[in-house]
Design a protein around this ligand. Structure first.
Ligand SMILES: [Zn+2]
Length: 185
């Protein structure tokens, strides 16, 4: 690890994100829960990491905070009401290959270890207009991505969704730890 470590961004902190049919299941609640659980695992593995948050709705400024970090990840859960449930790693169209390589590895691990369906087979979703990704990609941060490890299901209870998210978070943590261990830190 050469830089400031891993920047973890819980999506929509302080704002309203997606919401499922079950009104207890909100994106911002689970993003916050996922990031704090992930942080505790990374801390235990002595991997440098920080939670970074947006101020207001300025997502371009949030992306710029990626500068100097080794990895910038933003955590989200969209509501897939009446649609297919899948996991994906969103990258900007001008992302580096290092982001795509990491994203593919992560999605593969999620599929193997949590038996989820991946978006478009490899789980990589290329998006043009996500300002946080675009501004983060303009920094020197080598790995930038937005993780939708699970979509909010129509029917699921809050407890069942919590268990699902915890399993996903452990796999995300393992993938991050392996990524840096193989490169030395
Ligand atoms: Zn979101």
């Amino acid at each position: 690890m050469k830089g400031k470590g891993i920047a973890l961004n819980p999506g929509h902190l302080g704002t309203v994100g997606a919401i499922g049919i079950n009104p207890e299941i909100t994106e911002e609640y689970f993003a916050k829960m996922q990031v704090s659980f992930l942080k505790s695992i990374l801390d235990a593995a002595s991997l440098k990491n920080e939670i970074i948050v947006q101020s207001g709705n300025d997502l371009t400024a949030l992306g710029r905070q990626a500068a100097g970090y080794d990895m910038f990840l933003s955590f989200h859960f969209n509501a897939a009401v009446k649609k297919e449930i899948y996991s994906c790693f969103l990258v900007g169209t001008k992302t580096r290959q290092t982001s795509i390589d990491f994203g593919m590895k992560l999605m593969q691990n999620l599929q193997i270890k949590t038996d989820c369906k991946l978006y478009n087979n490899d789980g990589i979703m290329r998006v043009t207009k996500v300002s946080v990704l675009n501004s983060a990609n303009r920094t020197n941060c080598p790995i930038v991505g937005l993780i939708e490890s699970e979509f909010i299901d129509d029917e699921i209870s809050k407890d069942d969704f919590t268990i699902k998210i915890q399993k996903k978070t452990i796999v995300i943590a393992e993938t991050i730890i392996n990524h840096f261990r193989f490169r030395g830190f």
